[in-house]
Design a protein around this ligand. Structure first.
Ligand code: MLT
Length: 232
């Protein structure tokens, strides 16, 4: 089996299994929300899509961010610490980069898993069980590589232990450049954006830097009106 990494969702790259990573913070939030008891998370690229989906479903907690802070009129932001308890069965989420990456992966992979560091080993086990080549789709930041996602991609590559593309090898080699995940996350554009735009949410960084604490494998189950429905 082979593992590849794309550092932004716009890069060409497809495999039967896609693993989407936006560790600061969308995929951490999705994993935490489902672990806490939300039954499904819809990932939508645009704010208007979120509102339309809630009208169509007749229910749904609205979550997400722009420039790291809660979208005006939404119930919750994109801090995984806001999702320790479910506020309803359905979360409809839109974030700057992460939810777009999920939708992009849904267009090109047969199966899609959502990975953060929080649920890393559970997702790696699921990918191994699926028994097909993997592409790790990093959300990045507005079309550019982000070191936090690259770090998590590198950990996935290390844990899978499969044949690697050059991109996967590069991601794996990045991991040892830092003393650990938190240092990598703080050094990344995503981490710096969070600390600059929402310094009160800095504690999200150590929260997201914990590896293997959630035994959940969020996966794509359907598409609805352009949004990706994610459930366990
Ligand atoms: C994103 O989708 O760009 C992020 O999750 C941003 C964030 O909320 O930190």
């Amino acid at each position: 089996m082979r593992v590849d990494v794309v550092f932004t969702p716009d890069e060409a790259g497809a495999a039967p299994t896609g693993i989407v990573v936006d560790v600061i913070r969308a995929t951490s939030t999705i994993s935490q929300a489902l672990a806490a008891g939300y039954e499904r998370v819809f990932c939508a690229a645009e704010v208007d899509e979120v509102r339309a989906l809630r009208r169509a479903l007749g229910e749904g907690v609205l979550g997400g961010e722009r420039k790291a802070v809660r979208i005006p009129g939404f119930d919750l932001g994109n801090s995984p610490r806001e999702y320790l308890e479910p506020a309803g069965p359905t979360l409809i989420l839109s974030t700057t980069n992460g939810t777009r990456a999920v939708v992009a992966a849904a267009e090109r992979c047969e199966r899609v898993f959502i990975a953060a560091l929080l649920n890393l080993s559970a997702v790696v086990d699921a990918a191994r069980t699926a028994g097909a080549d993997v592409v790790v789709v990093c959300a990045g930041v507005q079309g550019t590589l982000a070191l936090d996602d690259a770090f998590v991609a590198g950990r996935i590559v290390e844990l899978l232990g499969w044949e690697r593309t050059d991109a996967a090898e590069a991601a794996a080699r990045l991991v040892s450049s830092w003393s650990g995940a938190e240092e990598a996350f703080r050094a990344s554009k995503s981490g710096r954006n969070l600390m600059e735009n929402a310094p009160e949410l800095e504690a999200d960084i150590p929260f997201c830097a914990r590896e293997g604490v959630l035994d959940v494998v969020p996966r794509l189950v359907a598409m609805r009106d352009g949004a990706a429905e994610i459930a366990l």
